[in-house]
Design a protein around this ligand. Structure first.
Ligand code: SF4
Ligand code: SF4
Length: 288
């Protein structure tokens, strides 16, 4: 079963939930924690894994042979990302805009374009105790997280319980990371911004046909609107984490809730059981 942990906005406590869930389940099942938040992977700060493999991620970018080029401009016309500019006597390639789609080299009438690999990030694998740990890292200054996310997801073992930590927001990297999940846990906070971003996140996961549930973090007596929204939308609120300075202190020291406050371990186990019931219910209703 693949469970994604996502949030409509950054700073809601998504990493705390993903890592606490992983630590709570590590002795109960064969588990993989996958950090797809490749622009800012943080799960390693909580799990402190031993990394034993690093694999670079590259995309093919065009290289122009100006001795063959007639400066016809076709490569610039076909590039949807404005990564090529054809000038009267030379061709400029802007590698940071290139998506490595190969259209320019395919369509160049003079076969003047070859491709060379440009490394944009790395996939790191290892383990934290008996948790299989995978994370992607996009190199600083690179603008293309999706190829790194795809490489990370090639490592997902569907025969295990997989927890995927997803980048915040609702853009392409989120869609790429969340697709294929059996369940998406949306972590939010009870503020007007939190509610607005949760609404967008719910729309995205529903378009992908993925079941979802909510964790309200930093809850006090102000989550009425959030709960009312979830009720209206028929989305279960599966856990509420209170606004608590001790929890904030643990977070700032890179300690999961399950380790820093062991009573939370049972709550995360129960969260997992609840998710499993919802996923099982859905698969049996699809079989009927
Ligand atoms: S399509 Fe080929 S020949 Fe035309 S400008 Fe681009 S590189 Fe040169
Ligand atoms: S490979 Fe695709 S994105 Fe990159 S320059 Fe060529 S057409 Fe543009």
């Amino acid at each position: 079963m693949i469970i994604s942990v996502a949030s409509g906005k950054g700073g809601t406590g998504k990493t705390l939930v993903a890592t606490s869930l992983a630590v709570s389940l590590k002795d109960k099942c064969s588990l993989q924690l996958v950090d797809c938040d490749v622009e800012e992977p943080n799960d390693h700060l909580f799990l402190k894994p031993v990394i034993d493999k690093k694999e670079p991620v590259a995309i093919p970018v065009p290289k122009i042979d100006e001795t063959k080029c007639t400066f016809c401009g076709k490569c610039a016309e076909v590039c949807a990302y404005n990564a090529i500019a054809v000038l009267p006597k030379n061709v400029l390639v802007l590698p940071n805009l290139c998506h490595g789609c190969g259209a320019c080299s395919y369509l160049c009438p003079e076969k003047a374009i070859t491709e060379e690999d440009m490394i944009i990030g790395v996939v790191e694998s290892g383990h934290a105790g008996n948790i299989d740990f995978i994370q992607g890292r996009l190199n600083t200054g690179e603008a293309m997280p999706v190829p790194v996310i795809r490489k990370v997801k090639e490592k997902v073992s569907p025969d295990k319980t997989v927890i995927i930590d997803i980048s915040p927001g609702t853009s392409c990297p989120v869609v790429e990371s969340v697709k294929g999940s059996d369940f998406c846990l949306l972590v939010t906070e009870p503020t007007p911004f939190g509610l607005n971003d949760l609404t967008l996140a719910v729309e995205t996961v529903r378009k992908l046909g993925i079941l979802c549930g909510v964790v309200i973090n930093r809850a006090g007596d102000n989550q009425g609107k959030m709960e009312a929204y979830c009720r209206e939308q028929n989305i279960p609120v599966l856990m509420t984490i209170p606004l608590d300075t001790e929890i904030a202190r643990l977070y700032s020291r890179g300690i999961t809730l399950a380790e820093g406050m062991p009573r939370w371990q049972e709550k995360f186990e129960s969260l997992f059981r609840h998710i499993k019931e919802l996923v099982d219910e859905r698969s049996s209703s699809l079989k009927r």
